[in-house]
Design a binder for this molecule. Structure first.
Ligand code: DC
Length: 233
């Protein structure tokens, strides 16, 4: 299959809008591949810290992003649910939840504002486009990485709702946080992601904007699958 005929659904939006959950459910439902582009930026930030590269040294961070040694090991599907798990391996070592912390997300947002880092990761992201199709989760999937995608979704939700969701997730993991501090962090991250000069977070002109503030996950999935059927069938 030619690269440009492989179907892609891009799902962009701010942190906490439900992209991660929606994208993994969609990938399992359609049996398509999944690109978690945020994980790539998180890995650059995580590895830069490990190697003590200063975040203000943009040349060194970009060099590091260019030679990033990573692998995604996908588990066999769970026989009952069909769900797979992905182990992220950086320089031969599993990173586990190390890249999922709020701190790593904030650091990822900082390195993601460096144009040379974004350029370094562009081709790597496009390599995820293999048959039978791709669900691409990020901030600039529909605008920059896969502008030719036939179906583009932009998920959003109010900062309060996103902070509440994050609060619940953290509580389940036994991590202490307050909704007030999470709202502040979310606003700071939105501000950085939306106002950077290269590939800022914004809906593509042809994106379907879905506000998930008062929508349960199930409803969001149904809405996206309905769009999928309209576009691809
Ligand atoms: O989706 P996430 O929370 O894992 O992303 C972490 C940060 O990485 C996010 O705040 C901004 C950056 N990012 C980006 O700039 N472009 C992407 N396509 C994905 C993530």
């Amino acid at each position: 299959m030619e690269k440009n005929t492989i179907p892609v659904i891009t799902v962009d939006g701010p942190s906490g809008s439900g992209k991660g959950t929606i994208c993994s459910l969609l990938a399992a439902e359609l049996k398509w591949n999944l690109l978690d582009s945020g994980a790539l930026y998180r890995l650059v930030a995580f590895g830069a810290l490990k190697h003590q590269i200063d975040f203000t040294d943009t040349d060194k961070i970009a060099d590091y992003a260019r030679q990033l040694d990573i692998r995604f090991d996908v588990s066999e599907p769970n026989p009952e649910t069909g769900a797979t798990e992905v182990a992220v391996i950086l320089e031969g070592e599993a990173v586990g939840d190390g890249i999922r912390t709020e701190e790593c997300g904030n650091n990822a947002s900082k390195v993601a504002a460096i144009p040379a880092v974004r350029a370094a990761l562009l081709e790597r992201q496009r390599q995820f486009l293999v048959p039978p199709g791709l669900i691409a989760d990020g901030r600039d999937m529909g605008t920059v990485v896969f502008p030719e995608a036939k179906l583009k979704i932009y998920l959003t939700a109010s900062a309060e709702e996103r902070a509440n969701r994050r609060f619940k997730q953290l509580k389940e993991k036994g991590i202490h946080a307050t909704v007030g501090s999470l709202i502040r962090e979310i606003n700071e991250r939105d501000e950085r992601d939306m106002n950077r000069t290269v590939a800022p977070l914004e809906p593509a002109e042809d994106a379907h904007v879905v506000d998930t503030s008062s929508m349960p996950i199930n409803e969001v999935i149904q809405r996206v699958l309905q769009l999928y059927r309209q576009v691809f069938k």
